[in-house]
Design a protein around this ligand. Structure first.
Ligand code: ADP
Length: 334
């Protein structure tokens, strides 16, 4: 079943591949990160050295993987892709690192989930382009230093706060990805419609953009679901009415909240009387993983002004009560 969360879904990678912006000037939005990155890349290019390691942080679906690929493309370099959870043993990372060619970009998604031994190996690799490979066990074990070709690490994380200090310190530049404005998402949706050969009018694009939770991945996903509806129930053209009718079928409300977002708000308001409640308790109440609630749902609910994270737990704002059609209690903060 297709949900609308910002996490990639099975089979979607192919479509995402075709919709990915290839160069920095094709990448919509994130003006700050784009400008900062442009300087980092251009200066490295002029000096003829691989640029500093780059950390990209922000909620899922905002374009971190796309930017990593763009960095490689702009540098005319090859990219190797892996993820924190895939690097369980230091040996996995050593194999990856020793295969790098000078100037390569190594992309590690979800870098905050890297296992400790691999992380420690990464320190030396990032700093000195060297790793120490331990051979043998016990008192006879020796450590063999191994040279690595100078490379650029691009790390992506949905939780930069979960990175250890030593790892964070080894990145020369951190790009903080923000949610996209409706105008920016309109550009994303129009570009995707052209690539996918979907007829989309201005109002249709605006309707989809406004309900995409500030997230390009969701915008592209909604576009495809609206396209389905347009083809099956209308004449194939996506206009405002078709977009609205389709999004209703898919349970996306006027603010772009999907079923899980509303379940979280609803539990917070109805079961916990608006909070404060711990995120783990809230996650159990909606039958989801804590990390999903924390990293996928909450950032947008916070940004939309409906949920507040306080030291004592999560709290629903007056806006959240109103969005659910309820009257907030007089004591509601915010
Ligand atoms: P993340 O790695 O942050 O989860 P991705 O880079 O995988 O996000 O982006 C998900 C999809 O959203 C991409 O396939 C691409 O189609 C689209 N996308 C993301 N950022 C942009 C952007 N700035 N401009 C156009 N499309 C984008």
């Amino acid at each position: 079943e297709e949900t609308l969360s910002a996490l990639p879904q099975q089979g979607e990678r192919d479509v995402e591949g075709t919709l990915r912006p290839r160069r920095l000037d094709e990448f919509v939005g994130q003006p700050r990160v784009r400008e900062q990155l442009q300087l980092v890349l251009e200066s490295a290019r002029r000096r003829g050295v691989p640029p500093d390691h780059v950390l990209l942080s922000g909620p899922p679906g905002l374009g971190k993987t796309s930017l990593a690929m763009i960095i490689a493309a702009e540098l005319d370099a090859a990219i190797r892709i892996t993820s924190g959870p895939a690097l369980e043993r230091a040996g996995d990372l050593a194999a990856m690192l020793s295969n790098l060619v000078e100037g390569d970009v190594l992309f590690i998604d979800e870098i905050h989930r890297i296992a400790r031994p691999a992380e420690e190996m990464l320190y030396l690799a990032m700093e000195d382009f060297r790793v120490d490979v331990v051979v043998g066990k016990g008192p006879g074990a020796t450590s063999i230093p191994l040279e690595i070709a100078p490379f650029t690490l691009v790390g992506a994380t949905t939780r930069s706060g979960a990175l250890t200090g030593p790892l964070r310190d080894r990145f020369g530049f951190t790009g903080h990805m923000e949610f996209y404005s409706a105008e920016e998402l309109e550009l994303v949706v129009r570009r995707s419609a052209t690539i996918l050969d979907i007829t989309l009018d201005t109002d249709g694009a605006a309707e989809i953009a406004g309900r995409s939770r500030g997230t390009p991945r969701i915008a592209n996903r909604l576009l495809r679901r609206v396209r389905d509806y347009a083809e099956v129930r209308a004449d194939g053209t996506v206009d405002r009415d078709v977009a609205r009718a389709a999004l209703k079928v898919y349970d996306v409300d006027e603010l772009g909240l999907d079923r899980l977002d509303r379940a979280v708000l609803s539990a917070l308001v109805k079961s916990f009387n608006g909070g404060p409640v711990g995120v783990a308790t809230l996650a159990v109440a909606v039958g989801e993983e804590t990390t999903t609630v924390e990293e996928v749902c909450e950032p947008y609910l916070v940004r939309a002004g409906m949920l507040a994270r306080t030291p004592r737990g999560r709290v629903a704002t007056a806006l959240a009560w109103e969005h659910l059609g309820l009257t907030p209690p007089a004591a509601t903060p915010f």
